[in-house]
Design a binder for this molecule. Structure first.
Ligand SMILES: [Zn+2]
Length: 255
């Protein structure tokens, strides 16, 4: 299961908890440090333990949390204490911080971000492939010609399904295959699902306000229950409002 995380210096300690929105992995270091970071001495003992919650990159469109048991060690020789080093976690946090670079379209990046992007893609071949597929997917919709659009999609689909990152795109491909007519109508009508997305953003906002008001901790069972509740209720509520009212709410900037 930890293969899913691509974190080579960590292992999962139990099967992940999962609902329709979130995944939660309990992880710890695969092996203890060999030497003291201060003096290099190789006799260390466990000093203390801290639970750290880290938000990670999404898997299959689900939010991912890592509950990391991070250990502090004490050197038997010089007596200094230090937290175990987890390079993959540090890298991943930087990647999380710089994730917007991956999500933005390549031609919208400034010089600095373009450089960072090249560095990431140069270091992680799987990421490079997935990023190319993402960019190519956007290009499908850049044409005004519906036939050309369909051709581009067919080509992209083929390339995607023979790539290493096919699992990441699985849901997207399935959705497009199932909704082909509706989606390719985009070329005639130039409509998108921005409306639905706006409703989703209102729901997320209600959720945030609720969390702040109730001080629930993320991932505790009550929190997940609350999310499901809000999602159902606010969806019904918004659906019940007239489209016109929704439009007014959106246009005064609740997004
Ligand atoms: Zn030492």
């Amino acid at each position: 299961m930890s293969d899913l995380l691509f974190l080579p210096d960590l292992k999962t300690t139990e099967p992940p908890q999962e609902n329709e929105i979130d995944m939660m992995f309990k992880v710890e270091a695969i092996k203890p440090p060999e030497h003291c970071l201060e003096c290099g001495f190789d006799k260390l003992y466990k000093h203390s333990l801290r639970k750290q919650l880290i938000m990670d990159l999404p898997i299959r469109l689900k939010r991912v949390g890592l509950q990391l048991n991070r250990r502090r060690y004490k050197c038997r020789d010089c007596g200094s204490t230090f937290w175990e080093r987890l390079i993959s976690i540090d890298e991943r946090r930087t990647l999380m911080r710089e994730r917007y670079i991956l999500l933005k379209r390549k031609h919208d990046l400034n010089e600095r971000d373009a450089f960072l992007l090249e560095t990431w893609l140069g270091n992680i071949p799987e990421l490079k492939e997935a990023h190319e597929l993402k960019e190519e997917f956007y290009r499908i919709w850049d044409t005004a010609n519906p036939d050309e659009g369909r051709d581009r999609y067919r080509y992209w689909r083929k390339r995607c399904l023979s790539s290493k990152s096919k699992d990441s795109f699985k849901d997207l491909v399935r959705a497009i295959d199932n909704w082909q007519d509706e989606i390719f109508n985009y070329f005639d009508k130039r409509l998108t699902n921005a409306y639905t997305e706006s409703i989703n953003s209102i729901i997320r906002q209600v959720e945030r306000m609720w969390v702040e008001a109730t001080h629930l901790k993320r991932y505790e069972p009550r929190y997940c229950l609350m999310r499901t509740f809000i999602r159902n209720v606010s969806h019904d509520l918004i659906q019940a409002l007239s489209a016109r009212l929704c439009y007014m709410i959106l246009s005064i900037g609740m997004m």
